[in-house]
Design a binder for this molecule. Structure first.
Ligand code: GDP
Length: 295
């Protein structure tokens, strides 16, 4: 679908060979290709621009007389810079407490409920944890049912209170129950709206204040491209979240949203989700994402 960036750069950098050094003039075309490639991958325009400027600074004056081809050298610079920007290592969850509390935020449809269950399953299977899932959406009974169905599938208890209209109380009671039942992780699924809405923001900010979570994860649909950046900004301003979950990477997006969001809110991407199955969850690896964005 997209031309491989390495091939593209090899093409535009052929002229470089024999010139010895990368200069402002002979790199201009290449930088254009890099920017185009990032825009194709749905990276935000401003971020693509500042990214190519950084690459340019790093590339200028580089000696290309050695054995490495100029195109490969540029791809390496671009690749390293992309990985750096997205965090050079996979970022772990903070699960240091006897009972770790994880609050899940995001817009409706972003994949929150699905992610909550996947995370519970992953922590149970791979970290030997005993999680409690909490359905804390007081507006949509269907969301509670959905979490209950998923909880049953993965054999994890789901806490809910159908008649309680206080999401703060539900979260607090769930934590109390988790302590009694000797759970070591509580994962709280919250209500989402179709667009950023002040009431929803106030509600989740009050839940945060009342329960002081160890992690607040912001779930975002990678297919939403540019919108994802604005949504992430709004949620981060309000919640100061601790990590990002990028969902629906099984779609045909190149995942430029990952780069844009990371650059704008400067928070680590912790997980990616690539499908509806309970097993389709991975820890985020910046290098793999850089490969995907570069095509
Ligand atoms: P919520 O409203 O934020 O809780 O979102 P849901 O968890 O209900 O997910 C919304 C829709 O997206 C559902 O149909 C999910 O099955 C689907 N979904 C969630 N995560 C993924 C994913 O990684 N890939 C795909 N293809 N679909 C997903």
């Amino acid at each position: 679908m997209f031309e491989n960036l390495t091939d593209k750069l090899e093409r535009s950098l052929k002229l470089l060979k024999g010139e010895g050094k990368i200069t402002e003039i002979n790199v201009a075309e290449t930088l254009k290709d890099i920017r185009k490639s990032l825009l194709d991958a749905d990276v935000n325009y401003k971020i693509a621009k500042s990214f190519t400027n950084t690459v340019k600074e790093k590339a200028l004056g580089q000696n290309v007389l050695g054995s490495i081809k100029p195109g490969e050298l540029m791809v390496k610079i671009v690749h390293d810079e992309l990985s750096n920007l997205m965090g050079s290592n996979a970022s772990e969850l903070n699960l240091s407490n006897k009972l770790s509390i994880i609050l899940i935020s995001g817009l409706q449809g972003s994949g929150k409920t699905t992610f909550c269950s996947k995370l519970a399953k992953m922590l149970k299977d791979k970290k030997n944890k005993n999680p409690l899932l909490v359905a804390d959406d007081i507006y949509r009974p269907a969301a509670i049912d959905q979490l209950k169905i998923l909880g049953k599938q993965i054999d994890v208890t789901v806490y809910s209170e159908l008649n309680n209209k206080s999401s703060i109380q539900i979260a607090q009671s769930a934590i109390k129950q988790a302590k009694q039942d000797k759970n070591d992780v509580v994962i709280i699924d919250t209500a989402g709206r179709l667009a950023v809405d002040q009431r929803m923001m106030e509600e989740i900010a009050s839940i945060k204040k009342a329960i002081n979570p160890d992690e607040i994860l912001f779930v975002v649909d990678s297919m939403t491209g540019q919108d994802a950046v604005n949504t992430a900004k709004e949620f981060n301003n309000r919640l100061d979240f601790s990590g990002i979950v990028l969902t629906k990477l099984d779609g045909d997006t190149r995942g430029g949203a990952a780069l844009s969001i990371r650059a704008v809110v400067n928070k680590p991407i912790k997980f990616v989700s690539r499908g509806e199955k309970m097993e389709s969850i991975d820890i985020f690896h910046p290098k793999r994402m850089a490969d995907r964005i570069l095509g």
